[in-house]
Design a protein around this ligand. Structure first.
Ligand SMILES: Nc1nc2[nH]cnc2c(=O)[nH]1
Length: 388
């Protein structure tokens, strides 16, 4: 938590990621990561693995075995810039070759899966423009097109990063154009952050129908800046929420919801006196970002994201009165709406009794003895309608 993005990557992130050259290390850590995410209610996750083929394949396998919906990216980085990293990286040739191998491995997991329950998809993952050569970015665009698969990267997170990108790609208009120039922007692209986008960049993102993963905890922790989500939404850009572990220190989307709320209030306070203000995100909007917003980013808005009849059942069973619950319910005062709000701002894993993905319980405690009629079903239905 002591350094800005580029120094943080060099000092902490790249050395840690290098540990995943050992499959043993990946086998020890990844199952814990996936378990943690499921227990805090992440039914769909988009992962940046590392540059290592075997470890990335292992992550995909674990996500599949544990029943999570997952978009898994083998990270690509062939530019060993002494300012950023002299040791952690790959050659262009091995990056391209291993990416194709990885994509085929993950697609085969789907084909081999007998019960059709494999919910894992490969995602093309150039780390960011700074760590990739033009040749590599071009090849990654071609692979994404060949296999018709999504793309993710980082965009416009920190001002020093933006300046470095413009030095490396002086002939291109801005950071967003670098990805566009290499055919990496389309409706299946997710860009993390987008904190410092210019109006021209936002226009391009909208035209290409790219989604932004808003990771406010990370943006605060690395002092990257505050993303104006209201402005992105007003301009018709898709936004979902991310944790950006470990740029952000929390693994929970509930934390991301809370930090998104604070970020939007920060923007509001500094915009109030100017010509255009940006009102804070409401609870409904925050709920949307954490559910349908995310579903839109991964192009699954017709499959998951809310409880419309016909969609697949990805859901959390919340017990606001669980043992050691951080929420206190006052029967005389707390409507279902207030209980929901308390959960969103105060709740945690102790309240998440069970997690379902495509109708299967993938995490949680025994729910056979639940008091199912504790909350009036009509109230729950009304509540659901209000939030959709
Ligand atoms: N937050 C964050 N930004 C990045 N930009 C390039 N790599 C990273 C990363 O690992 N985390």
């Amino acid at each position: 938590m002591d350094l800005p993005l580029l120094d943080w990557l060099k000092k902490y992130t790249f050395p840690l990621e290098q540990s995943y050259s050992s499959l043993n290390f990946a086998e020890k850590i990844y199952p814990i990561v996936v378990n943690h995410l499921l227990s805090c209610g992440t039914t769909t996750a988009v992962y940046f693995a590392t540059i290592h083929l075997e470890a990335s394949e292992f992550l995909a396998k674990i996500v599949q075995l544990k029943g999570q919906r997952g978009f898994i990216g083998k990270v690509n980085m062939d530019r060993k810039d002494p300012e950023i990293s002299e040791t952690y990286g790959e050659t262009t040739e091995s990056s391209v070759k291993n990416t194709e191998k990885f994509v085929e491995y993950v697609l085969n997991l789907k084909h081999e899966s007998t019960d059709k329950s494999c919910l894992v998809t490969p995602i093309i993952t150039p780390r960011f423009a700074i760590s990739c050569s033009s040749e590599l970015l071009n090849s990654l665009g071609e692979i994404a097109e060949k296999y018709n698969i999504p793309i993710q990267s980082h965009l416009s997170e920190n001002t020093e990063e933006i300046a470095t990108v413009s030095k490396l790609f002086p002939h291109l208009a801005n950071y967003t154009s670098v990805y566009d120039h290499h055919n990496l922007l389309n409706h299946r692209t997710i860009m993390a952050h987008g904190v410092h986008l210019s109006p021209q960049e936002r226009k391009l993102l909208k035209e290409r129908n790219v989604g932004i993963s808003h990771c406010p905890n990370s943006n605060f922790t690395l002092c990257s800046g505050v993303c104006n989500v209201r402005q992105l939404l007003d301009e018709g850009i898709k936004v979902g929420l991310g944790t950006d572990i470990s740029g952000g220190f929390s693994k929970s989307i509930l934390d991301s919801i809370r930090n998104a709320s604070i970020a939007s209030r920060t923007i509001y306070m500094s915009s109030k006196t100017s010509d255009k203000d940006f009102p804070p995100l409401t609870l409904s909007e925050l709920t949307y970002l954490a559910t349908m917003g995310g579903a839109q980013l991964v192009n699954l808005e017709n499959v998951i994201g809310n409880f419309t009849v016909g969609k697949e059942f990805d859901a959390l069973l919340i017990d606001p009165e669980a043992e050691r619950s951080p929420i206190h319910i006052v029967d005389e005062l707390d409507t279902i709406h207030r209980i929901f709000e308390k959960f969103m701002f105060l709740g945690d894993e102790r309240n998440i009794k069970a997690v379902f993905v495509k109708g299967c319980k993938v995490s949680g405690t025994d729910i056979t003895n639940l008091e199912t009629n504790k909350y009036d079903e009509k109230l729950l239905a009304k509540f659901y309608i209000n939030y959709n």
